[in-house]
Design a protein around this ligand. Structure first.
Ligand SMILES: [Zn+2]
Length: 290
């Protein structure tokens, strides 16, 4: 069995910490470098139910996409939900390692996994990383569909192929417009609207889209006759877990390690139910004339 330091070195070779955004908090959060690692669990969120899953699985390392303490902390007391996560990890000799924005921009990265799940062919990054001479790393991906389809059909494909969530897929724009090229970005993507406009794609699929940015983006049809598709944040990033697990598996085989790599199927999307409106017209108030 490899030691934690060896497995971390492998993870760092895939997603070097120095490629994370300056505001990010990536790397090893909990763990003894000399501890042996026999099982690894990949997940999106370092929440208690995922840590409990790692414990049940007898995993010695949990790798998550989201940081546990993005904005720092002054306490790991178990009376706080994040402190409880730290306590459970340490008491059970489970390490925690985070690959966040350094995994977003990697080659392959979070958006490659998202494109793969959607059956898209990746053409290039949406916002290329200037430090990559090959132009393969960067934020988001510009992709081509295998055949043209309507926005409605593409949304249905995304709903079918991404992990099921309460939200499903929301669409802004003309649902009957034809889509040939798509930009995708796992996680919150509304900071990328300018790059999406410049890319000249037919649609943009991302997560966490809000009223005003979407309303203004769609209203500016002279510059952006394209549709927006909003999926659950968790669902757009979960495909990375499978991609990342396969990458670590491959490294493990190369080193001849006795390492088992698992992917959590626990849904940690915080939205748990959704009641669709019965119609898109305003309901009549009682007593209103018909
Ligand atoms: Zn995220």
């Amino acid at each position: 069995m490899p030691r934690l330091s060896e497995v971390i070195a492998a993870l760092e070779s895939l997603w070097p910490a120095e490629r994370a955004e300056t505001w990010d908090a990536v790397g090893t959060v909990v763990g003894d470098p000399d501890q042996e690692v026999g099982r690894v669990l990949f997940a999106v969120d370092p929440v208690q139910e995922i840590v409990d899953e790692a414990l049940k699985l007898d995993a010695h390392l949990l790798v998550t996409h989201h940081p546990l303490y993005l904005r720092g902390t002054t306490t790991v007391a178990a009376s706080h939900f994040k402190g409880r996560v730290v306590h459970t990890l340490i008491k059970n000799d489970i390490a925690l390692h985070v690959a966040h924005t350094n995994a977003d921009t990697a080659d392959p990265g979070v958006s490659d996994a998202l494109a793969g799940a959607l059956g898209l062919r990746v053409v290039r990054p949406l916002v290329p990383d200037a430090t990559d001479p090959e132009g393969r790393r960067g934020l988001g991906r510009i992709c081509e569909l295998d055949h043209p389809m309507t926005v409605r059909e593409f949304a249905a494909r995304a709903a079918e192929r991404l992990p099921a969530t309460a939200q499903g897929i929301r669409v802004a724009g003309d649902a009957e417009a034809l889509v040939r090229t798509v930009a995708v970005s796992g996680g919150s993507g509304d900071s990328l609207f300018d790059a999406v406009r410049a890319a000249g794609v037919d649609a943009f699929l991302t997560a966490d889209l809000r009223h005003h940015p979407v309303s203004e983006f769609i209203a500016d049809r002279a510059h952006s006759p394209l549709a927006l598709l909003d999926a659950a944040h968790w669902a757009t990033e979960w495909p990375w877990c499978e991609q990342a697990a396969a990458q670590l598996d491959e490294i493990s085989d190369r080193h001849g390690w006795d390492l088992r790599v698992h992917v959590s199927r626990t849904v940690t999307d915080p939205w748990t139910s959704h009641s669709p409106s019965l119609s898109l017209s305003l309901p009549l108030s009682p007593g209103a004339p018909n």
